[in-house]
Design a protein around this ligand. Structure first.
Ligand code: AHM
Ligand code: MG
Length: 339
């Protein structure tokens, strides 16, 4: 007998009832993020038609002006969050400063997001994603400032990602495990497809931009040597998989087991990936699935952010693999240097 389909909205409401004193605001916010992602899904799936229907900045056959997809995604999420009523302000990769919704100043939550991560992959039909992180404001009676966003990742009340891949999936956590929903485009609903995701404790995949290999720290180089089995500690090397869309790389490793790495390098001494809306939310998901996320030495979610767009080195995934990387960093890097 077929199982009953559980939609994202049904699941969120069901989960809300499991928490004492839950007032439904967070549930509303999650549903609105789900709605915005369906709009992005529709546009991402039309991306290949841009050449036929009109290129960026031009007017298409319907008389609509084409926008770059990352700008479109940014505007769609901000508009959905503004209308939601539960979000007081947004920090986005696309905007230098936070956007405060004056008319929502009583709302309890703020959202940090990367509306379209890996957007350079759009033109070549490779998976991209959205990443979101939700915090409670420090004080609802005080004007919103950057400080409401500059909270360590352990304070996140919910976080997740949407992957626009061979199918579109939304994966999120509120700190009680991780659940994944696949969009059924025929009914326009996210349906529970991956309940209680747990990541394997060990894996066979390492994901890193090998092109920068000689620019990484000694500890990371040692770990790469281990991955390719030049230390002879394993029977065979790990498989290297690197899409260049963080969401897609993390999603694959979460399900199959593996480690994702974006270390510091000579060109990028503080790494590339953004703490607030890339590293923290994905660390929350990975940890809730039983994985680990560190900057080489410290837990990502315990880092105290000081700037909205700050970056950090990141290593995340199956706990045994991250532990081995950590050992390499501790042993081979100069004192206090992270990854
Ligand atoms: P973006 O936010 O500008 O799209 O950049 C983030 C992306 C990640 O998705 C991916 O892991 C990384 O940049 C790839 O960078 P690189 O090409 O340096 O390996
Ligand atoms: Mg990004």
């Amino acid at each position: 007998m077929k199982q009953k389909v559980i939609t994202l909205d049904e699941f969120i409401v069901k989960r809300q009832m499991e928490f004492e004193f839950a007032s439904g605001e967070l549930s509303g916010l999650l549903r609105d993020l789900g709605l915005a992602s369906k709009i992005i899904h529709r546009e991402v799936n039309k991306a290949g038609l841009v050449d036929i229907l009109g290129s960026v900045g031009n007017t298409n056959v319907h008389g609509e002006t084409q926008k770059k997809l990352d700008v479109f995604a940014d505007e769609a999420f901000i508009s959905c969050l503004k209308n939601s009523g539960e979000c007081a302000a947004v920090a986005s990769e696309e905007n230098d400063n936070i956007i405060v919704f004056e008319e929502r100043e009583q709302a309890k939550y703020v959202v940090a997001l990367d509306p379209l991560d890996g957007s350079s992959n759009i033109d070549v039909n490779v998976s991209v994603g959205t990443i979101f992180s939700i915090y409670r404001r420090l004080d609802e009676n005080r004007a919103i400032t950057d400080d409401d966003f500059l909270q360590p990742g352990v304070n996140q009340v919910a976080a997740g990602y949407i992957i626009y891949g061979s199918s579109t999936m939304l994966v999120y956590t509120t700190g009680h495990g991780v659940n994944g929903f696949t969009l059924d485009p025929s009914i326009g609903e996210f349906c529970l497809s991956h309940p209680n995701i747990t990541t394997p404790t060990d894996g066979n995949i390492y994901s890193i931009n090998h092109g920068y290999r000689w620019h990484y720290s000694d500890g990371v180089k040692k770990y790469i040597d281990h991955c390719i089995n030049s230390d002879g500690l394993r029977e065979k090397p790990y498989s290297m998989r690197y899409i260049g869309s963080m969401v897609a790389d993390i999603h694959r490793n979460l399900i199959k087991g593996g480690i994702f790495m974006y270390p510091r390098s000579k060109e990028k001494p503080l790494g590339k990936l953004r703490l607030l809306y890339e590293c923290n939310p994905l660390s929350f998901v990975v940890e809730q699935a039983g994985g680990t996320a560190i900057n080489g030495r410290k837990r990502i979610m315990e880092l105290q952010p000081t700037e909205l767009h700050q970056t950090c080195p990141i290593f995340m995934g199956s706990p045994q693999m991250v532990e081995m990387l950590h050992n390499c960093v501790i042993t081979h890097n100069a004192a206090k240097k992270e990854g």
